[in-house]
Design a protein around this ligand. Structure first.
Ligand code: ADP
Ligand code: MG
Length: 699
């Protein structure tokens, strides 16, 4: 037997001092953790260079030769150790900036070494700082491996002589002892189906790959496994939630829904809207709790789906709430909904930070006695004072502004949690949706209402500004309205406001009264003033709206057909996409002009090119994920996708899909992993379950 939980302290080649370093630097306590401490890269040690072959551009090389001299050189701070290393073709300098006793005593003069490291070239002379040294005699005795694993290392480790070689040796010893006892974690069926290495082999070859092919197979196996068990967890969570968390049953589709559908809808729903509505209806009628994410690009028509969902709740005698991230947006929803339901005798109220106390009292009262049916508002709805009689459904718009904590706050308002419908216009790449939101249900409106014209997007440098002004004038002459948006990034707030003011003034000069009227909206204005200016633009009293990104989310002005984004290189992709979505809402051809300086980083270039090339939100989201990594995208923090040890959400999407499908398949057939063929997976599952608290509600 081998005890995988044994402290690394007891492993050959580690000992107490190194064990403490492993704990402190990497949180590695046990043999098992060390086995799963994966290399950060591999270097090809099949080639040994000669010194004459060295090029200034060489990064890491392996050389064979002898150290002929070693001397300590005093410096201002501390001492440096310098060695002369020779082969038949020349010599280079070896340099150690940190001299330890261990180091000095271990180096042997005039014995053949294989050395490895990065070379520097200064005035034609090569040197190698902190080389890895290995006596040639020992070199051949080690596991022969074309590819040498390189492990993460820190200064504290080097200071203790705990270099890559020592690490590699310790893992080699560990593998020798533990190998026969490493347990399989996947079923034979799965390994055969995907032609995966066994767990044992995978661990051996991830540390000591014979060649590139073995390495790839080891990686494939371990990545699959990593994704697979995350997916098992997410999917089981979902099943458990559906099973355990009861929700209100919305049995009927009644008067409100039907009469609105017949006479309130001014257009036919798109097929995508119909499909999504079916999914929602099915969800809410089961007795399980709905927790559904509704994705749809800007303009896809999420609001109407939300409203129809609300009407189903009303038909079943429940109250509903709709949350928006900003006051402007809440107000807009309120106006739209009020207008739509006006003929149907439904009560709707708006609650935001600026709602007057008197009005608040009326709202609180009507919520508590159940007479208020739809409450629309901002975060203000989440305050403790706001109590519903029977809240059955909460719709949350643009959820990236609301955290999970706030979502769960809605739950506290009831005995049973209301059904939750989260709407987001920021498309989430499928890979991320699968992992970050694997335990939510997702509906996608992947079709725009008919008759929308594609928005024409161009990128212009600041030097073309006059031509852009001319274009604006032409569009305004046609009766269109124009947005001009400035970035507002917090660290440089003062400067950003100056940019905004300068821009506003130059636009005022270009577009003088009385012919032109201009609105300005930014975050430093009082909500009432913002609202006033927005309304002027919405009503068409002003033709140009100069703004910061406060208009980013949701504002609907169908007559606005030009979006000019200043310093577009400073915006993120999803923000650019959101902003562009403000136009193209009416029947006219719309335009988006991305203004930038000429100096652009590669990432900025990619962002701008992507915007010009496509308006497909999902494609844009994929590029965004590639550029920024999952860490910066919403929802990832809670999901564990950031703690992936070996797999990569972007690069390994194939493995993710495989693992996801397989996990669904396995759990559908055998939800409790009770079948004997699944025993290995059950064991692993329970181990992980013990280790992590997020597995807490799994039986
Ligand atoms: P978003 O998904 O961005 O919230 P909205 O719900 O604001 O989109 O809808 C955008 C516009 O499209 C609105 O003016 C809405 O009335 C209109 N709309 C929604 N669905 C349809 C449809 N099926 N046919 C035509 N117009 C629609
Ligand atoms: Mg919307």
């Amino acid at each position: 037997m081998f005890d995988f939980d044994v402290s690394t302290n007891y492993l050959t080649g580690i000992g107490p001092a190194k064990a403490i370093v492993l704990q402190k630097e990497f949180g590695i306590f046990s043999a098992n953790q060390l086995l799963n401490f994966f290399p950060i890269k591999y270097v090809d040690k099949s080639k040994i260079f000669t010194i004459r072959e060295l090029q200034p551009s060489n990064t890491e090389v392996q050389l064979k030769g002898v150290i002929t001299e070693l001397k300590e050189v005093k410096q201002k701070r501390g001492t440096r150790l310098v060695g002369v290393f020779k082969d038949n073709t020349g010599s280079i300098e070896l340099v150690w900036f940190k001299v330890t006793k261990w180091l000095k005593s271990s180096i042997k003069i005039n014995e053949p070494y294989i050395i490895y490291g990065k070379t520097n070239c200064f005035n034609g002379t090569f040197s190698m700082p902190h080389p890895d040294l290995e006596l040639e005699a020992n070199y051949t005795k080690n596991i022969i491996s074309g590819l040498q694993a390189v492990y993460p290392s820190t200064e504290k480790m080097s200071a203790k002589g705990f270099n890559n070689k020592v690490m590699s040796k310790a893992i080699q010893n560990l593998l020798k002892e533990a190998y026969p006892y490493i347990e399989e974690t996947l079923s034979n069926e799965i390994m055969e189906e995907y032609n995966l290495l066994s767990k044992r082999e995978a661990l051996l070859y991830i540390h000591f790959p014979k060649n590139q092919e073995y390495l790839s197979r080891a990686q494939k196996r371990l990545k699959f496994e990593e994704f697979f068990f995350i997916q098992m967890q997410l999917i089981r969570n979902k099943l458990v939630r559906k099973d355990k968390i009861k929700g209100f049953v919305f049995k009927h589709v009644g008067e409100y829904f039907n009469s609105f559908y017949k006479s309130g809808l001014k257009f036919d729903l798109t097929n995508a809207q119909k499909r999504v509505l079916k999914e929602i209806r099915a969800d809410m009628s089961t007795g399980a709790h709905m927790n559904r994410l509704l994705q749809g690009d800007v303009g896809a028509g999420k609001t109407i789906v939300a409203l129809l969902t609300i009407l189903i709740a009303l038909d079943n005698g429940f109250q509903t709430a709709m949350l928006a991230p900003t006051e402007i947006l809440a107000t807009q929803h309120f106006q739209a909904v009020t207008e739509l339901v006006a003929p149907f005798n439904i009560t709707v109220k708006l609650l935001t930070g600026s709602t007057r106390i008197k009005e608040r009292r009326v709202i609180h009262q009507a919520l508590e006695d159940g007479s208020l049916q739809i409450l629309i508002g901002t975060h203000a709805i989440l305050e403790d004072k706001v109590q519903f009689k029977n809240l059955g459904l909460a719709v949350i718009d643009e959820q990236h502004r609301f955290g999970v904590a706030q979502r769960s706050k809605m739950w506290m308002k009831n005995t049973l949690p209301p059904h939750i419908l989260i709407m987001t216009a920021t498309p989430i790449p499928r890979t991320l949706a699968m992992s970050a939101y694997g335990d939510l249900d997702v509906s996608v409106i992947d079709e725009l209402p008919p008759g929308r014209k594609a928005i024409q997007t161009v990128h212009r440098f600041d030097s073309s500004r006059l031509r852009v002004f001319k274009f604006m004038r032409d569009e305004v002459a046609k009766g269109r309205q124009v947005y001009v948006v400035y970035p507002l990034i917090e660290e440089s707030e003062a400067m950003d406001y100056k940019d905004l003011q300068d821009g506003y003034e130059s636009i005022q000069r270009e577009f003088p009264l009385p012919e032109y009227r201009i609105s300005i909206v930014h975050g430093k204005m009082k909500p009432a003033d913002k609202e006033f200016e927005m309304q002027r633009f919405v009503k068409g009293e002003t033709q140009i709206m100069v703004a910061t990104t406060v208009i980013e989310v949701g504002v609907n002005v169908p007559n606005a057909s030009v979006m000019i984004i200043e310093s577009a290189e400073r915006f993120g992709l999803s923000q650019l996409h959101q902003l562009r979505g403000r136009v193209g809402r009416g029947a006219d051809q719309s335009y988006c002009i991305l203004m930038s300086g000429v100096k652009l980083s590669n990432d900025s270039k990619t962002r701008l090119e992507t915007m010009v090339r496509t308006s497909d939100g999902f494609e844009i989201a994929e590029v965004d994920l590639k550029l920024r990594g999952p860490g910066n995208l919403m929802g990832t923090q809670q999901s564990g996708v950031l703690n992936l040890k070996i797999a990569d959400l972007v690069r390994d999407s194939k493995e993710l899909h495989m693992a996801r499908n397989k996990a669904v398949e396995v759990l559908t057939e055998d939800p409790n992993l009770a079948l004997s063929k699944n025993i290995a997976m059950k064991r692993m599952y329970q181990q992980i379950h013990k280790r992590t608290s997020i597995w807490a509600n799994i039986s």
